[in-house]
Design a binder for this molecule. Structure first.
Ligand code: NDP
Length: 464
């Protein structure tokens, strides 16, 4: 996969191509108040562009300035994270936590460790998380955090010391009823373990529900690791169902090779598809026989290797293409599962030429606005991340439920619950899009349904 531009051009101009008396000034204010935060602007613009019909029907949301309040995080934390590397040198990183909206429950959303992390990226992710969490139907608010720390090529000891230093500041802002982080890019079970250990040590409390994505023997939930990737495929299967199709026999391309990508590949293949690609920031692999997911897990999760190693170990079945993205490979279904703005207009045109029928976003905002327009104009079923990848946070909420009741459920039970939740989210988006006269538009359906849920709660809770 070709690394996306660090900062896309800010989205300027009227929101829906023509002047809107309510929405355009709102967006102008967001641009003014948050200069240089291009990803945040992009995420806000995409939601605002869907909300015109809601404001026309529900003027009380405009009067109560709900959207102005939603666009302003409840609290934003930026802090120093000093730590000592293996050679004894002091390193200084920057930590972030944006507690965006707690109308529906404690702030909930992952932590991302990646050198590209800045306040605009954390805010775009936190903003998306508000609506995603609402769509799950679970009692969770929206937040996000992370650091510009790069975990690549760091030893276990360095990762542990970084995580401990990060938590030494963050712990005072967390709590099972306050703010509950989880993983994201660069943060998996190992990092959650180090952070949980430090939280426990500082607070002297075994507060299992303060972090999700834990190991199974210390409060983690079955199927949480799989949930985002599995959920994305289940949501996409529901979209295919509305077209009278399913995954069986489909040719699928997946980008990324992290947590979301690996389990999206696994579930798509369980449903009878052949997944022919995976990628990382060095390039991508094409494996016409179908990705060997056990080999990929061994290389990525155990050996912490690269997809080029996968191609080498797979022999003649697979080939590695350096420095390029997967979207030129023709497919029936595309699942972008790596990072934001990785699927561009050129990629979307190639996908349409190749006959793609459905795109399900496993990653957050992987499709650029221009690419989205190409896909929608071509009639491709498009599942936006805030709906299609909500299975991860929904299962995190199930982990919190189990922690609160000191219980642990079986894999099968948890996976069944995940399936029900993904069907519910699909139904909500589909039904809402129809109710607002935009049948089949899951972007509008997800934005409107998520917004309505949060807005109702904010209206009820007064001016806070
Ligand atoms: P991982 O760290 O496990 O994997 C990320 C993958 O994306 C890797 O293959 C990585 O390649 C690639 N990648 C990340 N950033 C870049 C970049 N800037 N340029 C090129 N390649 C990149 O993360 P996850 O699988 O957890 O997350 C993937 C996406 O899914 C993110 O958008 C995340 O926000 C979203 N998501 C994750 C959830 C979860 O439960 N984990 C829940 C909902 C959404 P490389 O190793 O080369 O960097």
């Amino acid at each position: 996969m070709v690394p996306p531009p660090l900062s896309p051009a800010p989205s300027a101009g009227p929101l829906n191509g023509s002047e809107d008396r309510v929405l355009d000034p709102l967006y102008a204010q967001v641009l003014r108040r948050n200069p240089g935060e291009a990803e945040f602007h992009q995420a806000v613009r995409e939601v605002l562009e869907s909300l015109g019909p809601v404001f026309a029907r529900r003027p009380e949301f405009v009067d109560a300035k709900i959207i102005e309040r939603i666009c302003e995080p409840e609290r934003q934390l930026i802090f120093r994270v000093p730590w000592v590397d293996d050679s004894g040198e002091i390193q200084v990183n920057r930590g972030f936590r944006v507690e965006f909206n707690s109308a529906l429950g404690p702030f909930k959303g992952g932590l991302r460790f990646h050198p590209s992390v800045n306040v605009g990226i954390v805010k775009f992710l936190g903003f998306e998380q508000i609506f995603k969490n609402a769509l799950t139907g679970m009692p969770i608010g929206g937040g996000k955090g992370g650091s510009d720390f790069d975990p690549k090529n760091r030893s276990d000891g360095e990762i542990m010391r970084f995580c401990q230093s990060f938590m030494t500041e963050l712990y005072r802002h967390l709590g099972e009823y306050t703010d509950v982080p989880a993983g994201d890019i660069g943060v998996g079970q190992r990092e959650i373990g180090y952070m949980f250990g430090q939280y426990k040590r500082i607070t002297n409390r075994y507060e299992s529900g303060v972090l999700t994505g834990k190991g199974l023997s210390w409060g983690g939930a079955q199927a949480r690791t799989e949930a985002t990737g599995y959920g994305c495929v289940l949501f996409t299967a529901e979209m295919l169902g509305t077209l009278g199709q399913d995954f069986d026999g489909q040719r699928v391309t997946v980008s990324g090779s992290g947590n979301v990508a690996v389990y999206a590949i696994e579930k798509a293949q369980q449903l009878g598809a052949t997944v022919v690609t995976c990628s990382d920031s060095d390039g991508f692999v094409v494996d016409e026989k179908g990705i060997d997911v056990e080999l990929l897990k061994q290389i990525k999760n155990v050996e912490r290797g690269r997809v080029a190693d996968y191609a080498e170990r797979r022999g003649s079945a697979a080939r590695f293409v350096p420095g390029a993205g997967v979207w030129q490979v023709p497919c029936d279904v595309a699942l972008p599962c790596a990072t934001q703005n990785e699927l561009t207009e050129t990629d979307a045109l190639a996908l349409v030429r190749g006959g793609v029928k459905a795109v399900g976003e496993g990653a957050n905002m992987p499709t650029t606005p221009e690419a989205l327009r190409v896909l929608q104009d071509a009639g491709v079923a498009f599942g936006p991340g805030k709906a299609a990848n909500a299975g991860g946070v929904a299962t995190s909420a199930l982990e919190m439920q189990q922690n609160a009741s000191r219980d642990s459920w079986t894999f099968e039970h948890t996976e069944d619950r995940l399936g029900e939740i993904m069907r519910h989210i699909h139904h909500t988006c589909h039904e809402t899009a129809e109710r607002y006269g935009q049948p089949g538009n899951y972007v509008a359906g997800a934005n409107i349904a998520g917004f309505e849920l949060v807005a109702e709660a904010m209206l009820a809770q007064g001016v806070i």
